[in-house]
Design a protein around this ligand. Structure first.
Ligand code: ADE
Length: 435
């Protein structure tokens, strides 16, 4: 698959990042998106809340990913407020390592969320193919994910809460695109925390798994998640066990009480970073402040990363025509066509597709997203590259303990913990990520 694992080095590109003309739809055409505007070409993701298809925008022949969420499922799971919250979060996002949101439209059967098509598939698939990443390769993905988290936390005050290799997509160039904001939740301020337990069992932090005095949780859960992903890239397995082979109970026990063994020949600084991110106590856990200046990342120029100047270890499409080769195929998936009942339609009427916010806020509408993405590429391609840097199977289910329909609850820092995991709405074991 053309992954130069052991020989990969973080190198600054001497060329401008190429704009791929089939992937960014034109501004004026997308704003009027409706059912007839797109052709669903292939299913690329399957989940309890709906399916993701690679779609072609008929008028322009550009491709995008559309997440179709059937209204019957929203009704069944009483998840209107969750979908609403996801759309509201999506509307705020604008970052090179976070999937861009274009717009949402509604059909009789589904809510359809239009997103940038991340053609490289999931980091999960790349990890399965490569087994272990070299330290430099792991460093590349680590840095791009860390920048995405820092953006969510520091610019938007949003906790992501479901970091795992399945939700880390790669674009056609091989850069990270964080997707699936179904569990993301805004905090009122940096001191407030959330009380609903959610995430994916293998990757949840001790404060969600019931350990560490069942604390409320906040930003540190995402740095824990990043510690798990970093460990998995280096060790070739998840740090606290796999739901494939172990019960959730055993995994939670490990999360709360055990330290994963780090492969013997791992760089000492990298070991310290993994241990710092996997600190059980959220207050002692490393975060962006520590990551930014960590000795293992001494050769990292964060500015070059932000400007997409670091050459990715793997180029998924290698200038090929648009395709879905990086995804498992879900040929059997069909979109619902039956008219929904009055009850379902009535329930879903409470969901309003968020409109773009005024310019003065951080909110963006489809127009400005698409323009911004183009501008971003134009701008970065005009940037002069800086001098070369020295060389320096199964799916995991997400859990939600707040009751199916509840959006996240934000509580002040000193509120009493309430971690009861009631009958949770879990993602299907067979799902492909990003849902
Ligand atoms: N799965 C979920 N979101 C996706 C996206 N934007 N591109 C490709 N696959 C996805």
């Amino acid at each position: 698959m053309g992954v130069s694992n052991s020989s990969y080095k973080l190198v600054v590109s001497s060329e401008s990042p190429l704009q791929v003309d089939w992937i960014v739809p034109s501004k004026s055409k997308l704003t009027i998106l409706k059912e007839e505007s797109v052709e669903t070409t292939k299913a690329i993701g399957k989940g309890k809340f709906g399916h993701v298809f690679m779609c072609k925008h008929v008028a322009t022949s550009k491709y995008l990913a559309i997440k179709y969420i059937p209204k019957t499922i929203i009704h069944e799971c009483q998840s209107a407020s969750r979908i609403q919250q996801e759309m509201e979060v999506l509307l705020l996002l604008k970052h090179p390592f976070v999937v861009s949101y274009y717009c949402t439209y509604e059909t009789n059967q589904c809510f359809c969320i239009c997103l940038h098509y991340a053609a490289g598939g999931e980091l999960y698939s790349l990890m399965k193919k490569s087994y272990k990443f070299s330290e430099q390769m792991a460093k590349f993905y680590f840095c791009e994910i860390a920048l995405a988290l820092s953006y969510l936390h520091n610019d938007l005050n949003i906790v992501y809460r479901d970091l795992k290799p399945e939700n880390i997509l790669l674009d056609c160039h091989g850069h990270v695109k964080l997707c699936d904001f179904g569990f993301a939740a805004p905090l009122d301020n940096e001191k407030s925390t959330l009380i609903d337990g959610c995430g994916t069992a293998m990757y949840v932090a001790p404060e969600i798994a019931g350990g560490f005095m069942k604390k409320n949780h906040g930003f540190p859960v995402d740095w824990w998640g990043l510690g798990c992903v970093l460990y998995e890239m280096i060790a070739g397995k998840a740090p606290f066990g796999d739901t494939d082979k172990m019960s959730k109970f055993e995994i939670f026990n490990n999360i709360n009480a055990k330290n994963p063994s780090i492969p013997l020949f791992t760089n000492k600084q990298l070991k310290l970073l993994i241990n710092g991110l996997l600190a059980k106590d959220p207050n002692a856990r490393m975060n962006w402040k520590h990551v930014q200046s960590h000795p293992w990342l001494a050769d990292v120029n964060w500015n070059d990363f932000m400007n997409l100047r670091i050459i990715p270890p793997w180029k998924p499409l290698n200038n090929k025509a648009p395709n879905t080769d990086c995804f498992l195929s879900w040929n059997e998936l069909k979109l619902p066509t039956e008219t929904v009942s009055h009850e379902v339609a009535g329930y879903c009427n409470s969901i309003s597709i968020p409109k773009a916010k005024a310019e003065s806020t951080k909110g963006k509408n489809a127009d400005s997203f698409i323009e911004d993405e183009k501008e971003y590429f134009d701008k970065t391609s005009k940037n002069k590259p800086s001098p070369m840097q020295p060389a320096s199977s199964s799916r995991r289910k997400s859990i939600s303990g707040s009751g199916a329909g509840s959006p996240s609850q934000v509580v002040p820092d000193n509120a009493a913990p309430n971690m009861g995991r009631r009958a949770s709405m879990s993602k299907q074991a067979s799902m492909k990520g990003g849902m």
